[in-house]
Design a protein. Sequence first.
Length: 1090
Amino acid sequence: MDGCGTLWLVVGDGPCASALDAVRTRRDLLAELDRLRVSAARGRGKVRLSLRDLAEAAEVPRSSLANYLSGRTLMPADVLHRLVTALGVTGPQVEHWIAAWERVALGVPRPPSPEPMPSDDAPPVQQRTEREGHVRSPVSVGAAGRRPAAAEDLRFAVLGPLQVERDGRPVRLGPRLVELLSLLLLEAGRAVPAARLTELLESSPRSDGSPATLRSHVSHLRRLLAPRQGDGGRHGVLVTVGRGPGIGYRLEIDPQAIDAGRFEQACAEGRRLLDAGDPARAAAVLADGLALWRGPAFADVAERAYALAERARLAMLRRTAWLGLARALSELDRHGEAAARLAAAVATEPYDEGLRTELVLALYAQGRVVEAAEVCREGLSLLGRRGVDSPELRELQRLVLRREIPAGTARAARQAPRPAMPLLPPPVAPHWFVGRAQTLREAVGRLGGPEGVRCELLVVTGLPGVGKTSFALRVAHAAAGRFPDGHLHVDLRGFDPSGAVMTPEEALRTMLEALGVPPEHVPDGLPGRSGLLRDRLAGRRVLVLLDNVRDDEHVRPLLACLAGCGVIVTSRSQLRDLIVTQGAHPLTLDPLPAAEAEELLVRRLGVDRVRAEPEAAAEIIARCGRLPLALSVVAARAAVHPAFALRALAGELRDIEADLGALGTGDGPADVRAVFSWSYRAVSAPAARLFRLLGLHFGADVTAQVAAALAGASLAEVRPLLAELARSHLVSEHGPGRYAQHDLLRSYAGELARTECDERERAAVRRRLADHYLHTAYTAERLLWPHRDPIELGLPTPGITGERLVTERDALDWFTAEQATLLAAVPWAAAGGLLAHAWQLAWTLTTFLSRQGRWRDLMGGQLTAYEAADRLDDPRATAQIARDLAITLTQLGEHDQAYAHLRRALELYTGLRDLVGQAHTLLNLGWVDECLDRHEDALRHDQEALELFRTADHKIGQGRALNAVGWDCIRLGRYRMAIDHCQEALTLAQSLGSGSGEARAWDSLGYAHHHLGDHDQAVDCYRHGLELYRRSGERYDEAETLCRMGDAHQAAGRTGAAAKVWREALAILDDLGHPAADEIRAKLTGPANA
C-alpha cells in the first residue's frame, strides 16, 4: 500500500449483491470481506493484503482490526465503510455492505432459499419449453374482470437493485427488462406510451430501440410475470392500452406488491403510533419497514432522469423512518438498539448532520461519552473536507465532552433543533408536462452542477399560463439529489388577484416554520427572521423554490439568507437586476412548439382522436396560444365529452373569442381568457355560479365549507360542484379538502363576479363569508381560552353554522391552517363595510397569536379593528379593542401608547357602567405601571380592580387581581402580605380549573419566597408554574419564570444552574424578538458567569 487513503481496484469475482444479501451472521460478513480482500490483492499483483495495509486503509490500529477480523468483536459500521471503500467498492455496492452489517448487528434471520425461475437470457421459445405449463396467452385488450396482482402472487422489490418474486421464487431479469420494468413500476397503474419505452431502449447499450424490439421485450416480460395455469382465469398484470401509434402498456398490481408501497405504509403507521403514544408498536412497525431496504432505491437505474425524483422522495422517507425509530427506541429506554440503528444510518448517509446528532445523543444516553464525542469529531472532519463548517455539531461535541447534556432529552443539546426538511410538492403529473427537454437539461445541469457550469440561482420567466411552476418543480425534483439537506417551496403570490402578496417577512416565517421552528419561536421583523434562517441553513446544501415572485425587490431580502443554497425563482417579470447583480442564470419559457402542444393533447385525449382531426387540433392549439394552462383546460372538457368532435370544440372557441372582443386588455393573454370563458360556459349553471363567487374570496385557497358559505349551500350540494369545476380544470384540489385556482383563473372569476353579480348579491356573499369565518373563529377562541370573558356576536346568516370544532386540538389545527386568511379577513371586512365583523375577528385571534408571540401580526389586525370600532360608533367595541391593543403594545415595550389606550378604555367602560370592563382595564394599567417601576401606582390600580371584581362577583377576575396585588406587595417589600394574597389566588384558580391563573400564582409565590431567602422553596414554586405554562404553550410567561428561577439559583450560590435556565429563557425571548432578552444576556455576561 502506498499510503493512507490508497484505493485498490477489485478484479475477478468480488462479493456480489446477491451474496451480500444472504449475509446474516458475523461469520458470513467476514467470509465476504475475505473474498473482497483477495480480489483487491489480485489488483496489486499480491496473493493477500497484509493486516498493516488493511489497518491503514480502515484508519484503525492493527490490534483493533485483528480483533474485528477474528470475529471476537463486530467491526463498527464506519470502519467497515472506510475499509470496503479503500478496497475498491464504490457506489451502491457500499450500501449493500452497510445493509449486510446492519442485518448482522440486529440479528436478522436468514431467509429460506427459493427455487430460481428461468432467466431472460434464454430465448423466448426455450423458456416456453422449460415452463410450458405456466405460460398463458396474452390477454386481449379491454378484457373484463381484470384485477391487480395479489401481493402473495407477485412481489417487486425496488428498495435496492430490482428484484421480482413470483410465488415465492425469484424471477431473473436481464438489464433491458430491468430498465423497462423499473419505469413501469414507477408509473404503476398508469399507461406508459410505447414511444416513451422505445426511447428508453434507444438510450440503452446493445439495443436498437425499434418498435419490434420493444414488443419482443414486452412479450417476454409478460410471460415472466404471467400467473400460474389454472389460476381462476386471472389475467396478467402487464396489459396493453390503446392501438396503433398510440399504444401503451400499464402494470396493474396491488401497491402492497411493491416493497416501496409497504415501506410507505409502515412509515405512515409508525408516525401514527408515535403520535398516539405507542412507541413499542411504532418501533416494531418502523423496523419492519426499514428492513425492506437492501441499498439505494431503484439502484439499477440510479442515473436515469425518470427515477431521480422518486429516489429522492424515498430516501427522505427512509431518513424520517430512521429518526422515528430512534425516537421510539429512546422513549422505551432501548438506547443501545437506537444507537445501532443510527450507526447504520450514519454509515449510509455520513454527511447528514441530523442523523449524526441523533446518534451522538443515543450514545450519550448510554454513558458512551467517548464514542459520542468521536462521532462528532468524525462528522466535523468529513464536513471539513467539503469545506463546510458545522457550528451546531461543534457545540454538541463541546457539550458532550463537558457532560452538560441533561439526561433524557435530545433537544437540550441544541437550543434550536433542526429536523428533517420537507419534500417539495410532487411534480406535475406526466399527462400535463411535455417537451422542454433541452431547457430542462440546461437548467438541471446548471443547478448545483459541476464547477464551470454551476449556477446557484436560476430565474425562470415567461407569460402567465406558460407553465413556469410546473417546469420549476420538474427542475427541482431532477436536481434534488445534489441538495441532500432538504428542499423548500414557497409561493410568494406576487400576482395574486386579491393583492395579498406574501411579504418577505411572511415568506421567512413560512420557511422557518417549514424547517421545524415552532411558530412562537419565530422572531419579529426582517432582521431577526433573516438571521435565524441563515443560522438554520448554515453549512447545508438546500434547494429552495421561490415561486411567483413579483419583482426584484420582492425576492432580494430572501436571497440574502440563502447563500450556499440552490435557488429557483419564477416570475412573470424579467428580474433583470438579479441577473446583473446576483449572477442569476435566466431561462425564459416560450409557449410550447406546435408539436409539443399536440403531444399534450395526445397524452390527454389519445393519439387516434387528435390525429383523426389534425386541422381542428391545430386550430385549438393556436387559439390556446400554445400555453399549457389553456390547453389543459380545453383537454379537460374534451376528455369529459369524448363524443364531441374536435372541430366542434374549435368552432366554439372561435365564437367565444369573437364574442370577447376587447377582453384581451385584462390580466393575461386574450387567448387564455377566451379558453376560460369557453370552459366556464360549458359547466352547469350552479357550478358556474360557484366559480364566479370564488372570485370574491380574498384568501389563497378555500375549503369545501368556505365554498358552501360562498354559495349559500350545504356541503352535500357544493361538493359535486367543486368536483365538476376540478374536472374542467377551473379549480384544483391542492390538498385534502382544500381548493385553489391559478392566478389567471382567480382574476377571471373576480371579473365575472363584478360583471354578472349585482351589488346586492355580492354583499350577501361577503356577509355569508364573514359570518363563516367569524363564528368558526369565535368557537375556536373559546376552546383555547374558555375563561375569557365572551363578547356578543350578531346572529349569522341563516344556514351558516361555521366549522365543527370540539377540542382545543381542533381549534389549534383550524387556526394554524387558516391564520393567513384570518389576518387578511380583518382589513377585508373593514373595507367591505362589515365593521363589527372586523373588530370581532381581531378579538378572536388574540389568544392564538399571543401564544405564538406574533404580537406585530396581532397589532396590525387590532389597529384596523380599532378604526373599525370607532367608525361603528360602538363604545363597548372600542373599549374592548383599545384594551386588547394596549396589551399587545405593552408586550412590544410601547408603554406610553399602551397607557393612553387603557385610559380611553377606562373612560368608555366607566361611561357604560361596566364594572368588569373597568376592573380588567385597571389590572392592565397596573401591569404597565409595574413595567415602568411605578409600584405604588400598580398596587393602587390592582386593589381597585380587586374591589370591582368582588362587587361583580367575577371569580376569575378576583384570582387575577389577588395575584397582581401579591406581586405588587413583593415589589414593595411586603413579602408575608404577598404570600397571603398569592396563596388565596392559587386556591381560587385551582377551584376554577384555571391553569393560567394557577401558573401565575405559583410564579408569584416563588418570587415572594426568593425575597424571603427561601430559595429552594422558590425554585419548587417556579417548577410548578413552568409545568403549567409549558402545557398551555405560553412562551413569554415561561421565559419570565425561567429568568426568576435563575435568579433564585444565583442567590443560592448555584451559578451553573442559574446560567442554564437563563440560557433557556434567552432562547425563548430571542426567538420572540422581545426586548427583555438584553437583560438576560447581561446576566449571562456578568462577572459571576464570565
